[in-house]
Design a protein around this ligand. Structure first.
Ligand code: OSB
Ligand code: MG
Length: 370
């Protein structure tokens, strides 16, 4: 295909309730929606998940806008014929900036699937037509408040609960949840809040039958995680540390993790997500699952498609639209049924942004004509 147009829409979405992690609190979630259009007029949508500050990773909405506008767009303009799978060759000279790249790359995959008249989940080789839906619950001001939130999510049917932990909000909190819910599928995410010195402390989590502990140590570490893995029974899952397929190979060689949380934004999009899946699960037989970045309905569509892959063996951080936002920007919104989100059979991601809703949350727009 050949691109005719690329549009960026920076949106700021108010969360239903503030989302707190060990690295900070989000009330207004920014993101950049990407719309690409090819010569025949077909379109595709993706989402850049960079945040308001360099907290989860070094990227922000501002760096992403800059990198797309000043580097990726000129490279695309020179590329001529384009394939989603070959996007990363076109932008290979740009180091890092995976979120900026991923938003564009996703839009190309959506467009390509639509041109092939296939739902994205089938186009990428999904093994089931749904995503098993878990929920990620932020740090709250009290355990009571956390338990109330968990009760409400369980009532809605979420298939597992993940809570955020940090020093001072960890063992006791998990113990309280286990008193209330001895058997629910439960896991924790530290977002890099600990060091190897905390190994003994973290080992106290072993008695609570957690599915995994996500990213306990530094955001770019692989070596200390390998050491920690030897001291814990609870499996280690890596999020921040896996920035692409090569990190997955390194993590396997070092023994840094048993599980990978694949987030398309963090690794550069659908293609690199598939590569990590095919290596970690396909070659090594180890499980993966799909993580989220509080995406709008557009990014969510890409997460749902990835969550249908065979190697996805745990519930995903792919929740319904109403877990995040009062009103999602897409139609139809993503909904939960029996703890699952159905993958649409419509071509591409299977949902459409609604222009009037975009207008309400857009702060900045720009169109590039090729
Ligand atoms: O570490 O998984 C994370 C949200 C923003 C940044 C990092 C993370 C998260 C989540 C939310 O846990 C997952 C979701 O989108 O539901
Ligand atoms: Mg995480």
């Amino acid at each position: 295909m050949e691109l005719r147009k690329l549009e960026l829409v920076e949106v700021w979405m108010e969360l239903k309730s503030p989302f707190q992690t060990s690295f900070g609190e989000t009330r207004l979630r920014p993101g950049i929606l990407v719309r690409v259009e090819e010569r025949g007029g077909e379109e595709g949508w993706g989402e850049i998940v960079a945040g308001e500050g360099p907290w989860y990773s070094y990227e922000t909405v501002w760096t992403a806008w800059h990198v797309v506008q000043d580097y990726i767009v000129p490279m695309l303009a020179r590329a001529g014929e384009l394939e989603a799978r070959r996007f990363h060759e076109v932008v290979a000279r740009i180091r890092g900036h995976h979120m900026a790249k991923a938003g564009i790359e996703e839009a190309l995959w959506d467009l390509e699937a639509r041109l092939a008249s296939q739902p994205l989940y089938r186009y990428i080789g999904g093994a089931r037509n749904y995503a098993v839906s878990g929920v990620s619950v932020g740090i709250k001001s009290s355990v009571e408040e956390l338990l109330k939130a968990i009760a409400s999510y369980l009532e809605q049917g979420y298939a597992r609960v993940k809570i955020k932990i940090k020093p001072g909000w960890d063992i006791d909190i998990v113990a309280r949840i286990r008193e209330e819910y001895p058997d629910i599928p439960l896991q924790v995410d530290a977002n890099a809040a600990y060091t190897l010195e905390d190994a003994e402390h973290l080992a106290r989590l072993d008695e609570y039958n957690l599915l995994m502990i996500e990213q306990p140590l530094d955001y770019d570490d692989l070596v200390d995680h390998a050491e920690l893995a030897k001291r814990l029974k609870t499996p280690i899952c890596l999020d921040e540390s896996i920035k692409g397929p090569r990190d997955a190979v390194r993590a396997y060689k070092l023994g840094s993790a048993r599980v990978i949380n694949i987030k398309p934004g963090r690794v550069g999009g659908i293609g690199p997500s598939l590569q990590i899946h095919d290596y970690w699960y396909g070659e090594k037989g180890l499980p993966v699952w799909i993580g989220g970045m509080l995406e709008t309905g557009v990014g969510r569509g890409h997460l749902v498609a990835l969550a249908t892959l065979e190697g996805v063996k745990y519930p995903n951080d792919v929740s319904a639209s109403d877990r995040y936002y009062w009103e999602d920007i897409v139609e139809p919104p993503w909904t939960l049924r029996d703890g699952r989100i159905q993958a649409p059979e419509k071509p591409g991601i299977g949902v459409e942004p609604v222009e009037e809703r975009l207008r309400k949350v857009a702060r900045k727009r720009r169109t590039f004509i090729f």
